[in-house]
Design a protein around this ligand. Structure first.
Ligand SMILES: [Fe+2]
Length: 429
């Protein structure tokens, strides 16, 4: 039985977790408590599928789907269905990976643990599709494990996507949000996650417990995330989970910052855990890439860009802002035709009408709401047109020469809606 002292320590850690600190936690007390506790070890039952499936990358003609099993030799394939067509069998591959750490969620004793030991990462590439094809799939190993995706669209098409940040489903506030990510009139092609995907620090969840809780979101379409500070909570978090599971082969950029494009709208994913000054590797890539977008501004197949990163350049909430990066990059964003900037980290919602375009803090995906108006004395806070402690996600759709966006709270109420200016409507030829 765990000691009272260990429990008290874990509660203290829980209470500090929601500060969304940028401090990297190298040696969680999890190992100490694990030594004192009783662990029955990993259980591998049924189909063996324990994480996913989820879509990690698309092109105009393909989609890459992954899932994880707890043993070797399970079925490698899935069945893809497009519209009313017959299911098509596609076979992929598996590769063994050895996890090196045990972790448990102290405050949710029934949550599945992350166990050290071998796991098998599965990958299937569905190709030969046409742009804008939307399909569903079911795994051969368990046909109840399903999902959907859309290939990236031509610039003549319109686009729908969901944005969400700071998901901490173990707190049980993320789940109710996910029901509002799709409706009879809104079906997203993909999810754009603004970082802090999973929170070991909350002591409420593990990667093993995160996946089943998040599957309703993962099943909607592609899952494209920016890196947050909580992707680095210990020495293995990024390498053994985030990178192994979500590495986006085929996207331009690197493992940590990258870009993709659908319907003529370019998504630029940046990493606020890495430097982005002009002398840095990321900064050089950013400068070159935004210049390439500026060179496309007259082209009918370029409609504008959406930039996403985790730690906000501007916020009136209880986290740091970054006026240095704001001053450096905003003129380049504007020159490149950026329609809106989406950020996370501050657990709440903020919309700034800044420089003629909306800058949005969308960090209300389930981490405990903090103080979204703690620093209203900051110089730009007179530009904040909406702000509050909402658990929420964003629904976005292109409509001609604008991006129509709405923030939806966990009861389904639209708490804010606005337009972001695109350069032009869909290409007409
Ligand atoms: Fe964060």
């Amino acid at each position: 039985m765990r000691s009272t002292l260990a429990l008290a320590a874990s509660v203290a850690l829980f209470l500090t977790a929601y500060a969304c600190t940028s401090k990297r936690v190298d040696a969680p007390a999890v190992d100490e408590a694990e030594d004192a506790g009783v662990d029955a070890g990993p259980v591998c039952e049924g189909s063996g599928i324990q994480k996913g499936p989820f879509v990690v990358a698309s092109t105009k003609t393909s989609a890459t789907i992954r899932w994880e099993t707890c043993r070797a030799g399970t079925p490698l394939g899935l069945a893809v269905t497009v519209g009313a067509g017959a299911p098509r069998a596609v076979v992929g591959s598996e590769s063994m990976f050895t996890l090196t750490k045990d972790y448990e969620a102290f405050l949710t004793p029934k949550a599945a643990k992350d166990h050290a030991g071998p796991v098998w990462t599965h990958e299937v590439v569905v190709d030969g599709l046409t742009p804008g094809t939307c399909a569903t799939y079911a795994l051969d190993g368990d046909t109840s494990k399903t999902g959907a995706f859309c290939t990236f669209r031509e610039a003549s098409d319109e686009l729908r996507f969901v944005a969400i940040g700071d998901t901490n489903p173990g707190l049980l506030r993320t789940g109710p949000l996910l029901a509002h990510a799709k409706s009879s009139t809104f079906s997203p092609d993909f999810v754009f996650h603004l970082g802090d995907i999973q929170y070991y620090d909350s002591r409420l969840e593990t990667w093993a417990s995160w996946f089943p809780l998040m599957q309703p979101l993962l099943a909607l379409g592609g899952f494209y995330a920016v890196l947050g500070n909580h992707e680095f909570e210990n020495a293995t978090d990024y390498t053994e989970f985030y990178h192994r599971l979500f590495e986006r082969k085929g996207f331009e950029g690197t493992d940590r910052w990258y870009t993709f494009e659908s319907a003529g709208i370019v998504f630029v994913v940046l990493d606020t855990e890495s430097p982005m000054d002009d002398a840095s590797e990321q900064g050089r890539w950013m400068k070159s890439f935004f210049e390439s977008l500026e060179a496309r501004k007259a082209n009918a197949d370029y409609r504008g860009a959406v930039v996403g990163f985790h730690k906000p350049f501007l916020t009136c909430g209880d986290t740091y802002d970054n006026p240095t990066n704001l001053a450096l990059w905003e003129p380049r964003f504007v020159a490149a035709g950026v329609a809106t900037v989406l950020m996370g980290h501050m657990h709440g919602y903020e919309r700034f009408d800044h420089g003629g375009r909306p800058w949005i803090v969308t960090g209300g995906g389930g981490g405990a709401i903090r103080e979204p108006s703690q620093n209203m004395a900051r110089s730009y806070c007179n530009e904040r047109t909406k702000g509050g402690g909402y658990y929420h996600l964003m629904r976005a759709r292109s409509e001609g020469a604008k991006l129509r966006m709405e923030a939806v709270d966990d009861t389904g109420v639209i708490v804010d809606s606005f337009d972001a200016p695109l350069l032009r409507g869909p290409r007409t030829n």
